[in-house]
Design a protein around this ligand. Structure first.
Ligand code: C5P
Length: 203
């Protein structure tokens, strides 16, 4: 397979991570979930009580494997530290190097098509209505926290959308040349089929 760079962006729980990993497997490309880097920075800053921009420089394979990064608190902390320009700067080179490796790559995040890999030939912006995203995220999180309600998750999602879209440093935004994929009314199989054909349409 020839090198290919694919950028997936979109709001929390839009399905972009699932779709990005399927596309990566299809084309045999390395895959980076960049949200995990922000989650790790926020989590490390909290548990070690250090500056988030310093925490961002300490991320390694071990910190990325921490199960706590999947939880609700880690997502919330991630979106707060992600608004700090020094945190974004500290994570920039790793992401750009990942994107530019000779094999090509698939990255998912908020600013891949706009900041990290604006030259990517294939960009998908994956979204869904907030209520749908809240329902999906709740199904995942309730396994870790049985007391969690869907309304609480919807509140989190709305706060996170607002914070991610309004920050001045690399806000969540569709690149002009990104293809839009709204997964609100698509089941997982239909969403995957649509993503595959959108990617093909750009090759
Ligand atoms: O995608 P995930 O929910 O893991 O992302 C957590 C948070 O990290 C997002 O709400 C966003 O604030 C931040 N993020 C970002 N840029 C990225 C990926 C994630 O700002 N490329």
């Amino acid at each position: 397979t020839k090198p290919l760079l694919v950028a997936f962006d979109g709001p929390a729980a839009s399905g972009k991570g699932t779709l990005a990993s399927v596309i990566a497997a299809d084309y045999g490309l390395p895959f980076l979930d960049t949200g995990l880097l922000y989650r790790a920075a926020g989590h490390l800053a909290h548990v070690r009580d250090i500056d988030p921009a310093v925490a961002a420089t300490l991320i390694d394979a071990e910190t990325l494997a921490d199960e706590a990064l999947r939880g609700r608190e880690a997502g919330e902390r991630a979106s707060r530290v992600a608004a700090i320009p020094e945190v974004r700067a500290a994570l920039f080179k790793y992401q750009q190097d990942f994107a530019n490796q000779p094999s090509g790559a698939v990255l998912d995040g908020r600013d891949i098509g706009t900041v990290i890999a604006p030259h990517a030939p294939v960009k998908l912006f994956v979204t869904a209505r907030p209520e749908i995203r809240a329902h999906r995220r709740w199904l995942q999180l309730v396994k870790l926290n049985p007391a969690l309600t869907e309304a609480e998750v919807l509140d989190d999602i709305r706060i996170r959308d607002e914070r991610d879209s309004s920050r001045s440093s690399a806000p969540l935004e569709k690149a002009a040349d990104a293809l839009l994929l709204d997964t609100s009314d698509l089941g997982i199989d239909a969403a995957i089929a649509t993503a595959r054909s959108l990617v093909k349409s750009r090759l």
